[in-house]
Design a binder for this molecule. Structure first.
Ligand code: URP
Ligand code: ZN
Ligand code: ZN
Ligand code: ZN
Length: 484
């Protein structure tokens, strides 16, 4: 059985050209003019792009006393409906739990996935067992990226000494370090103070996490990663302070990447001052949405290349779950959705406005992260031999985003009412038609785990540089006798 995508314009991170794509089994078999196949998908008037990769999701995540409502079933359905064909989720060990044990739990959660997926491993505590198991996670499980939470004190947060030890271990193993960069100690103190002063509503969440807590932590993580000799990826960069630290580091030749979210690019802090408690609480996430100056900084970073990837941090809680925090904003489960909306929102606010070219759109939604996470060109590419994860994207199609028509299991959408232009028309997941003209076609369990080997080219370059510049003793001819 072969499928051919005909009459479309292929858009990759570096090229735009007209050609058909022949798909055989899971892979792209041929690219060129006038191809035929058993089945045809007409892409007239459409762009054909590599499927989106969302490197930051929390599906069925145990967090703040509950579980995020979208699991791998509904979450990957939402992904496909929005043109995303691979998600990377976080395996989170509970305190004292081994990494391999936690991975088994995430293996079980992911069996119903409709699209391909991978995992980042989180380092949520430190000890001999974690140090030892990191090697097996990298070598035997094909996971090269490890996340560190610098916030959520008393829960997921790790201390600087633990982070430094983990970064050094990753440097040896050829992995990359990820950080949620917010100063958790300051956030905890500000939160207590705000509550004591009667600031109990969702706006208190925004006040408790000013840009300074993010800028400070980002800079600290960058410096610690540099000393440990490990590449660093900063998730959910929301503000100029954090972006500035990343921009400066990159200009100094440090191996650092920054990931803004579609939510921070398009929604602002006024959401938290909405009169409706539910409206505000549904938008509580960390870091919080910022003002227009910060948004402009993030857009400029994508244009300039100082920020590399647009993700969602999809972590969806129902209104009922959010209401746990009535009277105390610190109890509102942190997280927002976005999997189905990332590509249409970024096209509408990025490409249609002229902030991004279509090629830059592909780079920041798919190709850059495939390279960073070392699964390129199997993913993130339109090349012969690559997985046929493809989106036939209609730049003229329009819709109004609404919870009533979304795949996500929650009862609202943070983008409710937004008009978007530019929508996926057909989506292929490893060669299979997974979404077509508004309907999900992918089977549950079709998704497979994507292993990602360590020691990618950036790791190799960084270790060459670190070896060259490592401290070494000065060879001296005449050493004076020690004075007594
Ligand atoms: O508020 C957020 N971002 N929730 C998900 C967990 C995290 O910090 O990424
Ligand atoms: Zn986070
Ligand atoms: Zn997250
Ligand atoms: Zn299903």
């Amino acid at each position: 059985m072969t499928t051919v995508i005909k009459n479309g314009t292929i858009v990759t991170h570096d090229l735009t050209y007209e050609a058909d794509i022949l798909v055989e089994g899971n892979r792209i078999a041929e690219i060129g003019p006038g191809l035929g196949g058993d089945e045809e998908i007409d892409a007239t008037g459409c762009y054909v792009m590599p499927g989106g990769i969302d490197p930051h999701t929390h599906l069925e995540m145990p967090f703040m006393g509950t579980y995020s409502a979208d699991d791998f079933e509904s979450g990957t359905r939402a992904a496909l409906a929005g043109g995303t064909t691979m998600v990377v989720d976080f395996a989170l060990p509970s305190p004292g739990q081994g990494l391999l044990d936690a991975l088994k739990m995430w293996d079980n959660k992911s069996t119903r996935a409709h699209c391909d997926y991978s995992f980042h491993m989180a380092v949520t505590w430190w000890g001999e067992q974690v140090f030892e198991e990191m090697e097996a996670v990298v070598r035997d499980r094909g996971i090269n990226s490890f996340k560190h939470f610098m916030a959520y004190k008393g829960a997921l947060m790790v201390q600087d000494d633990e982070m430094y030890a983990s970064f050094k271990r990753l440097s040896e193993l050829g992995g990359i370090a990820l950080v949620h960069a917010e100063n958790g100690d300051v956030v905890a103190d500000l939160s207590a103070q705000l509550l004591a002063e009667g600031n109990t509503g969702p706006e208190g969440h925004a006040y408790s996490r000013p840009p300074q807590v993010e800028g400070e932590a980002t800079n600290r993580a960058i410096m610690i990663a540099d000393m440990a000799g490990v590449p660093l990826y900063v998730v959910h960069v929301s503000c100029e302070e954090s972006h500035e630290a990343i921009r400066r580091a990159r200009q100094q030749g440090k191996r650092v990447w920054g990931e803004p979210l579609i939510q921070h690019l398009t929604l602002d802090e006024s959401e938290y001052f909405n009169q409706d408690w539910d409206h505000a609480a549904r938008r509580v996430m960390s870091p919080p949405f910022r003002n227009r100056q910060h948004q402009a900084s993030l857009w400029a970073g994508l244009q300039a290349g100082s920020l590399s990837v647009v993700a969602t941090d999809h972590c969806a809680f129902t209104t009922e779950q959010k209401r746990t925090g009535v009277g105390d904003f610190t109890k509102i489960p942190n997280g927002t959705g976005g999997l189905e909306d990332r590509l249409p929102m970024l096209w509408t606010h990025g490409v249609a406005t002229g902030r991004l070219t279509p090629n830059e759109f592909v780079a920041v939604t798919s190709t850059n992260i495939a390279k960073i996470l070392n699964c390129y060109p199997r993913k993130g590419a339109v090349l012969v031999g690559a997985d046929a994860d493809l989106v036939v994207f209609d730049p003229e199609a329009e819709k109004t985003i609404s919870a009533g028509t979304q795949q996500s299991a929650i009862d609202y959408n943070v983008f409710e009412g937004q008009r978007v232009k530019g929508l996926p028309r057909h989506v292929l997941s490893r060669g299979k038609l997974a979404y077509s003209d508004g309907a999900i076609r992918a089977e549950e369990g079709h998704g497979t785990f994507v292993p990602r080997p360590p020691k990618g080219s950036v790791n190799q370059a960084l270790s060459s540089w670190k070896a060259l510049t490592a401290p070494r003793p000065v060879e001296r001819s005449g050493i004076p006798a020690s004075g007594v």
